[in-house]
Design a binder for this molecule. Structure first.
Ligand code: GDP
Ligand code: ZN
Length: 461
C-alpha cells in the first residue's frame, strides 16, 4: 500500500454548526501552503519549525487581500493526526468564509481531500488501526452522548487491543499445534488436541461476547426501532410529540435529525430511539377503521420495541384486545394514556391482557408519567447492559461479519479436535480464524475494502 505524497485540504468542522471553522491541511507541502495563505499581524509568513506552534494572524488571498482573522495550528509530522505535516486554520464560523479560506488553500497548491482521506492517511501511516479508523466514522455519526463515549473508547484502541489479544492467544495455540505436527507422536497429539478444545472454546466465548456487543453498537448508532401502536385517537401522535418536545426541553444540542413527523429520533437517557407512529400519513381522527391491526402488523415486523397505547378515558375495546394479542410476542410497554381525564378503563383487565409487559399510565397532554415511561423503555431495551465494558466494544456490520467468520473457524477447529481429526486439519481452521480476526482490525485487508471503508467518512476527517 503506497502512502500518498500530495497535500490535501478540507473543511474539518461541520458546516454551520460550529462557532469556528477549521480548514485542515495535510501533506509534505502543508507548511508551504500555509506560508502562502497566512500572514502575521506584521504581514509576514509564519515561521514553521519542527515543533508544534500556534500563530495569530490573517488568511489572505493570492493578491494579498485579507479574508479573515485566523489562528494557525502547526503540527509537524510524525506527531500529528495523519503523521504528516498538518496545519489547521481556525477562522470564524460562517459557511461562506470557511469556504473562501479553503479556496485560498486550494489555490495555494493543496488538493481537495476525499471523504475520509485524512483518516485513511493516519491508518496508512500506522497511526490508527482499522477498528480505530472505523470508530472515527462512528464518532462522526454518533447521535448520542452514550454512543459517542463508546466510539471514543474504541478510538483509544480498546477493541483493537482486545482482538490483538485474541490473536496472540490463537497464535500460541497454532504454534503448539504446528510443533506437534512436526513431531508426530500420539500422546503429544492428544495433548495438543485437548489444548485446542480448551483454548478454542475460551476464544469462542470471547468472540461471542464481542458479537453481543455488536448488537449494542448497532442500537447506539441506529436507534431502537420503536413502534407506537394503538387504535385511532388513543394519543399516539400526541405521545410521540410529547416525548420529542420533552427531550428537546431537556437536551439542547441535538444533531439535526428532523424527518417526517411519523418517524422521529429521540434520545432518552443517552439511548437513541427511532419512534414510528403507525397511524400513517392519511390518518384522520374521524376515520376510525383505517388503522388497527393490519397497518400495525407491517410496522411491527421491524420493531424492536412496541408502545401499545390505550385510552384510559374509555373502556377497552375489541380492537385494543386485538392489538395487545398481536404484540404479545414482542418487547413492549402498555401505555395507558389520558390519565388526566376521568378514567373509564379497567386497569386490572389491562394488566391481565398485558401479561408480563409493563403497564405505565401517562398523560401525553400534560406530560405526566413520561419520565417513568422513558425509564421503562430504556430498561426494557438494554437493561443494565449499557454500562458494561462490552458496550465499549462497539462493532459495526463489517467487523461483526468477520467476528462471525472467526467464530465459525474456531468452532470447526474445536469440532475437528474433539473428533480426533489429524492436527493438520485442525491447523487449517485455526489459521482461518487467525486471518478472520485480522480482518476485523484491518491487518489483512485489501486496498478495495480500505477505499470502501474510508469513503464513508465526512470530508475533513
Ligand atoms: P392518535 O390517533 O392515536 O395519533 O391520537 P392523537 O395523538 O391524534 O390524539 C387524539 C386526540 O386525543 C387528540 O384530540 C388529542 O389532543 C387527545 N389526547 C391525546 N393525548 C391526550 C391526553 O393525554 N389527555 C387528553 N385529555 N387528551 C389527549
Ligand atoms: Zn396520530
Amino acid at each position: 500500500m503506497g502512502v500518498a505524497t500530495d497535500t490535501i485540504a478540507a473543511i474539518a468542522t461541520a458546516l454551520g454548526e460550529a462557532s469556528i471553522g477549521v480548514v485542515r491541511v495535510s501533506g509534505p507541502e502543508a507548511g508551504g501552503v500555509v506560508q502562502r495563505v497566512f500572514r502575521t499581524p506584521r504581514g509576514k509568513a509564519p515561521k514553521l519549525g519542527p515543533r508544534r506552534s500556534i500563530h495569530y494572524g490573517l488568511v489572505v488571498a493570492h493578491d494579498g487581500t485579507p479574508v479573515d482573522e485566523c489562528i494557525l495550528l502547526w503540527m509537524p509530522g510524525p506527531h500529528s493526526y495523519t503523521a504528516e505535516d498538518v496545519a489547521e486554520l481556525q477562522v470564524h464560523g460562517g459557511v461562506r468564509l470557511v469556504e473562501s479560506v479553503l479556496d485560498c488553500v486550494l489555490a495555494a497548491g493543496a488538493r481537495l481531500a476525499e471523504p475520509g482521506e485524512f483518516t485513511k492517511r493516519a491508518f496508512l501511516h500506522g497511526r490508527l488501526d482499522l477498528s480505530q479508523a472505523e470508530a472515527v466514522i462512528d464518532l462522526i455519526r454518533a447521535k448520542t452522548e452514550l454512543a459517542s463515549r463508546s466510539a471514543l473508547s474504541q478510538v483509544r484502541g480498546q477493541f483493537g487491543e482486545k482482538i490483538r489479544d485474541l490473536r496472540r492467544r490463537l497464535l500460541r495455540l497454532q504454534a503448539h499445534v504446528e510443533v506437534t505436527i512436526d513431531y508426530p507422536e500420539h500422546d503429544v497429539e492428544d495433548v495438543a488436541s485437548a489444548e485446542v478444545v480448551r483454548v478454542g472454546e475460551a476464544l469462542m466465548a470471547e468472540v461471542e461476547r464481542l458479537l453481543a456487543g455488536a448488537k449494542m453498537g448497532r442500537i447506539l448508532r441506529e436507534g431502537v426501532a420503536t413502534v407506537l401502536a394503538g387504535r385511532p385517537n388513543v394519543g399516539k401522535s400526541s405521545l410521540l410529540n410529547a416525548l420529542l418536545r420533552r427531550e428537546r426541553a431537556i437536551v439542547t444540542d441535538i444533531p439535526g435529525t428532523t424527518r417526517d413527523v411519523l418517524e422521529e429520533y429521540v434520545n432518552l437517557r443517552g439511548v437513541p430511539f427511532r419512534l414510528l407512529d403507525t397511524a400513517g400519513i392519511r390518518e384522520t381522527d374521524d376515520v376510525v377503521e383505517r388503522i388497527g391491526v393490519e397497518r400495525t402488523r407491517a410496522a411491527l415486523s421491524e420493531a424492536e420495541l412496541v408502545l401499545v397505547l390505550l385510552n384510559g378515558a374509555e373502556p377497552l375495546t375489541a380492537e385494543d384486545e386485538a392489538i395487545l394479542a398481536e404484540t404479545s410476542a414482542v418487547t413492549r410497554v402498555v401505555v395507558v394514556n389520558k390519565a388526566d381525564l376521568p378514567q373509564a378503563v379497567d386497569l386490572a383487565q389491562v394488566r391481565a391482557w398485558a401479561g408480563a409487559s409493563p403497564v405505565v399510565q401517562v398523560s401525553a397532554k400534560r406530560w405526566d408519567g413520561l419520565a417513568q415511561l422513558e425509564e421503562t423503555m430504556v430498561t426494557l431495551v438494554i437493561g443494565g447492559e449499557v454500562q458494561t465494558a462490552e458496550a465499549s466494544y462497539m462493532t459495526n456490520a463489517r467487523q461483526a461479519q468477520w467476528l462471525r467468520e472467526a467464530l465459525a473457524d474456531l468452532r470447526a477447529a474445536v469440532q475437528a479436535a474433539k473428533e480426533g481429526a489429524t492436527l493438520d486439519i485442525v491447523a487449517v481452521s485455526l489459521q482461518a480464524a487467525y486471518a478472520s480476526l485480522g480482518m476485523v482490525i484491518g491487518e489483512e485487508v485489501g486496498e478495495d475494502l480500505l477505499d470502501e471503508i474510508f469513503s464513508q467518512f465526512c470530508l475533513g476527517k
